[in-house]
Design a protein around this ligand. Structure first.
Ligand code: PEP
Length: 258
């Protein structure tokens, strides 16, 4: 009898503003669909641009991967031209949303806005991936306090029952879109730091259950080491998630880790 292993790792693909054509989106989805069926330890989540939600949700069949959006607006409905709400994406069949990605923070998304988006997404029942990370590092650890503050403010208003739908993605901004990822030894240190920050905010037994992911220049070559030595619960993947051969290989290697 095949034993069903509880999925316990996340690989979340943030497509950013890619690809350019629906047919390309479909090609990525078809590859993900094939490989997802074979995964036993890994939950795959696709975050396409809203324009390609149809390609990602439409052919999904029985749920083998989840779909979400890269952004929502925090109001429920009304005169907010160009925005989409948490309920809208939930009603389409999405189950995940990203909040506070550094590329959005650069466009002016503050911690206060991130906290409002998080509250709205949780209210709608969406699992929310809150991105945090320092812009730069120094040898004295001066980046730690601002990071603590960023986490506290981004999670403002969150209560114990919300934690089951919360994921933290640690993404050092300097490692996003870079040549190399952060070293797994440093990632390990940062996951401990983030767990400590969460334990100061919530009961420790609840805080330690919040999955911590790493994001920043992950590819199929470094993914396994980051998971096993960085001790993270998964990965938030940008560029490699729109490169089907690399993403498929990444999913395979992550799933093989015992
Ligand atoms: C990201 O955009 O969240 C990201 C991690 O990008 P990349 O993997 O391309 O560095």
């Amino acid at each position: 009898m095949v034993q069903k292993i509880k999925k316990r790792r996340y690989v979340i693909g943030n497509w950013k503003m890619n690809p350019q054509f629906p047919a390309e989106a479909k090609r990525i989805v078809d590859e993900v669909k094939k490989i997802s069926k074979k995964l036993v330890r890994t939950s795959v989540v696709l975050l396409p641009p809203a324009a390609f939600l149809g390609q990602c949700l439409g052919t999904r069949g029985d749920t083998i991967y989840d779909v979400g959006v890269q952004n929502i607006f925090y109001e429920e409905s009304g005169s907010y031209t160009g925005e989409i709400s948490a309920d809208m994406v939930k009603n389409l069949g999405c189950t995940y949303v990203l909040a506070g990605h550094s590329e959005r923070r650069k466009m002016g998304e503050t911690d206060v806005v991130v906290a409002k988006k998080l509250a709205s997404a949780l209210r709608a029942g969406l699992t929310t991936v809150v991105c945090v990370g320092e812009n730069e590092r120094d040898s004295q650890g001066a980046y730690l306090e601002p990071l603590r503050e960023q986490i506290q403010k981004s999670l403002e208003g969150i209560v114990r029952k919300d934690l089951k739908n919360l994921i933290i993605a640690y993404e050092p901004v300097w490692a996003i879109g870079a040549k190399e990822a952060m070293t797994s030894a440093l990632i390990y240190e940062m996951t401990i730091f983030i767990k400590k920050v969460l334990s100061d905010l919530f009961e420790q037994e609840d805080a330690v259950k919040v999955p911590i992911l790493y994001g920043g220049s992950v590819n199929f070559r470094n993914a396994a080491e980051i998971i096993s030595q960085g001790q993270v619960d998964g990965l938030l993947v940008g560029r490699e998630s729109v490169n089907p051969p690399g993403f498929v290989e990444l999913l395979k290697v992550v799933d093989e880790i015992q």
